[in-house]
Ligand binder design. Sequence first.
Ligand code: ADP
Ligand code: MG
Length: 331
Amino acid sequence: MLSLQLFSANPNPILLNPSLKPVLNHRFLKPQKPCQKRKPTAISSVLQWNRKPELAGETPRVVVITSGKGGVGKTTTTANVGLSLARLGFSVVAIDADVGLRNLDLLLGLENRVNYTVVEVLNGDCRLDQALVRDKRWSNFELLCISKPRSKLPIGFGGKALEWLVDALKSREEGSPDFIIIDCPAGIDAGFITAITPANEAVLVTTPDITSLRDADRVTGLLECDGIRDIKMIVNRVRTDMIKGEDMMSVLDVQEMLGLSLLGVIPEDSEVIRSTNRGYPLVLNKPPTLAGLAFEQAAWRLVEQDSMKAVVVEEEPKRSVLGGLFSFFGG
Ligand code: ADP
Ligand code: MG
């Protein structure tokens, strides 16, 4: 299957080098060049793609993961891209700014370790470093939650408070993190405005359906109004079988509609749901899964401020049985 080649459990390091930009066609996720067959490799070697990605732009890179519509995969993206960045050697602070429906801690399996949140920091009940939960698997990844479930936010908590927090993270004794990733709530109300305020760049997560696309389009306009010009998109929950049957929009269609550069394409994968329920992010799975590898590729592109292309590639005409026989006999 062509899609398996792009996200194969055994990624060809040449293919994963983002400078070669994997190509998508409108029907399949298809690499530009045919993959060489290789022996299956362990996940550790997946990260050794000949070189370490070069960090582009000024640090800390403050990235908001947003969408407009809920349930499209923002939190999943924050957890998996965030941990991928940490595995690539970058220091990452992930902020769960989805105050009402906080669940990044659950996806990361860190829910029992959140003793303090930003609310306690702002009330002067604890220090900022006490509210940062360091991941035991990747010590350069830290989680920061805004509030505890069901607790009330201080009146006036908004963009300014989040900006203050980002500034405080920048001036920590141990140094500024390379990435601050903000998991944005759904919708375009106060929570959304708060989450995007300190960001310099945005990753817009969308699924290939019209409701999600309409919301994504609206959010793109709002981000631009807020001065965020660097907006890339991740198309999540892509099903090649449905695209083939013309029951789902292709990645190219999505890109043409939104006019954004493409950071990644994540297939629909039941492993995502399994990993969500286990609190064990997909990118840590051994052997790696298709969606996990796609998230890793997206993280790589984010580091280098690179993007991938969606292009229409004509399908090869099917050879007739007779033609096949002739070629079999060297005809
Ligand atoms: P959001 O933060 O945008 O509300 P979530 O990241 O919480 O969305 O994801 C919503 C649901 O969709 C979760 O149950 C998650 O496991 C599932 N999901 C997300 N991405 C995928 C995918 N690529 N394949 C299958 N399920 C997915
Ligand atoms: Mg969420």
